[in-house]
Design a protein around this ligand. Sequence first.
Ligand code: GDP
Ligand code: IMO
Ligand code: MG
Length: 423
Amino acid sequence: MKVDVLLGLQWGDEGKGKVVDVLTPRYDVVARFQGGPNAGHTLEFEGQKYVLRSIPSGIFQGDKVNIIGNGVVLDPALFKAEAEALEASGHPLKERLHISKKAHLILPTHRILDAAYEAAKGDAKVGTTGKGIGPTYTDKISRNGLRVGDLLHDFDRKYAAAKARHEQILKSLNYAYDLTEMEQAWMEGIAYLRQFHLVDSEHEVNGLLAAGKSVLCEGAQGTMLDIDFGSYPFVTSSNTVCAGACTGLGIAPNKIGEVYGIFKAYCTRVGAGPFPTELFDETGDKIGALGHEFGAVTGRKRRCGWIDLVALKYSVMINGVTKLIMMKSDVLDTFATIKACVAYKVNGEEIDYFPYDITEGVEPVYAELPGWQTDMTKMQSEDEFPEEFNAYLSFLEEQLGVPVKIVSVGPDREQTIERYNEE
Ligand code: GDP
Ligand code: IMO
Ligand code: MG
């Protein structure tokens, strides 16, 4: 059996949680492969709304196995809060959720270091989610990290050593903090985590595949936030791209099947960093208002702009996307004209490839398409799509060279339309 991967092609918040939930019935296993509680994946069904941060979005559908892979960084305190809320809402998960022993732990001091590093950067700050993501991955790469598997042996000593090391750094940064409350919640989280199946997830996933089971990998963040290929240094600290599913779960590259690339019909970004198609006018405000563009976790206002096909083409290339999924089409329902960036002007020269640096002097070149000016939110099939909407889809498919297989017309599970087009 092959493994399919679903990941974001823009700067995150494309709607990954919603679509993973919709696709889950077709799979036996759903697995997260990177990121941590910086993610906020929203699902809506039966009048309820849920936001998942570390738990895979396959958790609501039947008895599917959900795995938190080795590439994920886990904060036990936040995990406990998230899992307990789900259990309280009638979704028991202890038997269905397996956690890799190789996943790294976010310590309270990692969160403080995140804040301290951001403060030290001043105006150049990344605008992180403040969840300790960067410092935790830094410790992983510098071989100082604490892993879930460490819970099983000599944990207190290892924790104390890591904390002491962090406190040294904080002292050198002259950063004032109070750990007491955070540490208590964290220790409660550690005790809670011990009740779960802590597994060698690479063996589990490969064993399931050998037994003919199907796996859907759920990405967090988006390609433009990838540590290698994103708008560095305004990125997250993991590989959000398809290759991250291989390293974050122990899946061999030749086992990857479909790569679902998900994008919004426009574009958003939260936090600092370049965003060539960002709109600072009332059109941007209108997209933000209609799309409710506020962070699922932090509540921060998301910056809004037109779709950027130069960046999307790059994402399609890096990930080997085989199927596209377009989200939030309904947000553009009332626009008379829709713009799509097809090239960048850099120093007066037009380029159609994603350059090394997009920090400054990048001016978007737009194609303009007529809007469909039709309420799409109740549509059930592509037969109902307005002509102008079909023209927008065809334009995107032509530019990106990949078919759009799913269109989302609202936040609810039911507001999802699969297209019949065959490659
Ligand atoms: P994720 O991080 O990729 O899972 O996305 P988020 O959950 O952070 O952000 C997507 C937001 O858009 C959530 O509030 C969703 O409920 C909402 N959403 C998803 N699909 C659609 C859609 O097609 N139309 C509208 N209007 N909202 C959507
Ligand atoms: P989901 O999975 C949108 C952004 C932050 C910041 C940068 C680095 O919901 O799409 P970090 O805390 O990771 O060190 O922050 O990345 N960021 C996200 N933006 N969606 C996310 O996740 C994000 N996770 C991190 O805003 O700019
Ligand atoms: Mg999100």
